[in-house]
Design a protein around this ligand. Structure first.
Ligand code: GLN
Length: 213
């Protein structure tokens, strides 16, 4: 069945209305956690420089820009269709999004360091039966599954982050309910400290974040 959000062409996220198309994942309520936590981490910074990787519909970035003036936000996606959708959502909410088409860090060379890198990456293992349930078969598999283990995108994001974060900068990402331990391990291996995991509204481990020393 086609997800209701694709039929209607919009979905609410963070109390804002977003256009939705089959090019991008439908925004999920649990992903609002990324917005809340990003706002907390940026609260003490004057002009936080934030990178959102794999923005899809642009919902996370647009919600951040609506909540907090003065954020310098760069968003990426591998899909030009997603970036077009993200730009339309930014225009609709009258905020400015800088977009770069990029396969994770591939086209980001030369960017000045970020205070915060955030992502809701694909994290479902390729053979996970949940991909056959509910709305998921109609959503872009590029946005849902990164490969066999489900951790491939998180691995790339964490391992590449050191080059793009300032000292003391944060990385934060959404993950599957059983991916908090491997996420912690990856963060430790990449030299991150103060690793935290936050549960979602269903009390499942959902977001991990950590700081570069
Ligand atoms: N949380 C989504 C789901 O399980 C998946 C989102 C994602 O892979 N980033 O429906």
């Amino acid at each position: 069945p086609t997800p209701v959000a694709y039929l209607l062409g919009h979905r609410e996220f963070y109390s804002l209305n977003f256009m939705t198309t089959p090019a991008a994942l439908v925004p999920r309520p649990e992903t609002e956690l990324l917005v809340d936590l990003s706002l907390q981490l940026c609260a003490h910074l004057d002009h936080p420089r934030v990178l959102e990787m794999g923005t899809g519909s642009g919902a996370i970035s647009v919600a951040l820009l609506k909540q907090r003036v003065g954020i310098d936000l760069l968003t990426t996606d591998i899909s030009a269709d997603c970036l077009n959708l993200a730009r339309q959502n930014a225009d609709m909410h009258d905020v400015r999004l800088n977009c770069i088409e990029s396969n994770w860090y591939q086209n980001l060379h030369g960017q000045t360091p970020f205070d915060l890198i955030i992502s809701n990456p694909p994290y479902i293992a390729a053979e996970d039966p949940c991909l056959c349930r509910g709305d998921l078969p109609a959503e872009p598999s590029l946005a849902l599954t990164p490969g066999q283990s489900g951790l491939e995108a998180i691995e790339k994001i964490v391992r590449g982050a050191g080059e793009y974060l300032r000292k003391g900068g944060f990385i934060m990402f959404e993950h599957g309910h059983d991916q908090a331990p491997p996420s912690r391990e990856l963060l430790e291996q990449s030299g991150f400290q103060s690793i935290r995991n936050i549960h979602d509204y269903n009390n499942l481990p959902r977001v991990s974040y950590a700081q570069l020393p």
